[in-house]
Design a protein around this ligand. Structure first.
Ligand code: DC
Length: 234
């Protein structure tokens, strides 16, 4: 087998927009003391950086080239989401990449195979001892197909729109629930119908419908599924 890095365990958490993957992945990583990969942030960073550099969102070659040299840094400390603050070209962009506009741009660049290929090695480099919790759309199918535990979270589009609405409201951002639902449905279609790494559960993923579950109930279910990873071997 490969190096220690390749052997570090990975728990993949995939699912559609607004299902709560980020929250669950962050809580789990914190409890386990593992590293965390928010892969959606990388696609959001490509979209944000491209907009700032004037790269059109349909220029696959230029976008892939930019993704390959993405000037991003994840630093522990102030203003951190998912435990790390995100800097693009030295500027903190933790909030800038969370806008709905940036999410829509991310969904477009994520449909381009060249961009996905350019981000592959960067994502795999997050796999380090003692382990990694990776959140995204294709963590279990493409990026870490050998992960010992794969989770696929779902929830109805209405419930996901409600959760996003509540989250944005709490941040003081005013949006309409109907507009959010429409965006979520559009993004679902684009993410699940694209030919490059579409949003589908890995065959060996544990599927959890979170529509009527609390965050804590989902976390407990995932932790139960993860328990065998930590069982002493004889
Ligand atoms: O999870 P998120 O909303 O931050 O993701 C933003 C976009 O990036 C989303 O529309 C789908 C895409 N994405 C992807 O294609 N593959 C991933 N592993 C993560 C995100």
């Amino acid at each position: 087998m490969g190096t220690g890095e390749q052997q570090a365990p990975v728990i993949t958490i995939d699912g559609p927009s607004g299902v709560g993957k980020g929250t669950i992945a962050q809580l789990l990583a914190r409890e386990l003391g593992w590293h965390m990969l928010d892969s959606g942030a990388l696609y959001r960073l490509v979209a944000l950086g491209a907009a700032r550099q004037g790269i059109p969102l349909d220029d696959e070659t230029a976008l892939a080239d930019y993704a390959a040299r993405l000037p991003v840094e994840f630093r522990a400390g102030e203003g951190a989401t998912h435990g790390l603050a995100i800097y693009l070209d030295g500027e903190a962009v933790g909030d800038a990449i969370r806008t709905e506009e940036c999410g829509a741009g991310a969904s477009r660049v994520a449909a381009l195979p060249g961009v996905r290929a350019a981000l592959l090695a960067r994502q795999r480099a997050f796999r380090r001892p003692p382990g990694l919790v990776a959140d995204g759309r294709d963590m279990g199918t493409t990026v870490f197909p050998d992960a010992p535990l794969k989770i696929f979270l779902t929830a109805s589009a209405e419930e996901r729109a409600r959760r996003r609405y509540k989250q944005l409201k709490e941040k003081g951002i005013d949006v309409s629930l109907a507009a959010l639902l429409e965006e979520i449905t559009e993004r679902d279609t684009r993410d699940s119908q694209r030919s490059a790494s579409p949003l589908v559960p890995a065959d060996d993923a544990l599927r959890i419908d979170t529509t009527s579950m609390t965050i804590d109930e989902v976390l407990q279910t995932v932790k139960q599924a993860a328990a065998p990873l930590f069982a002493p071997r004889d």
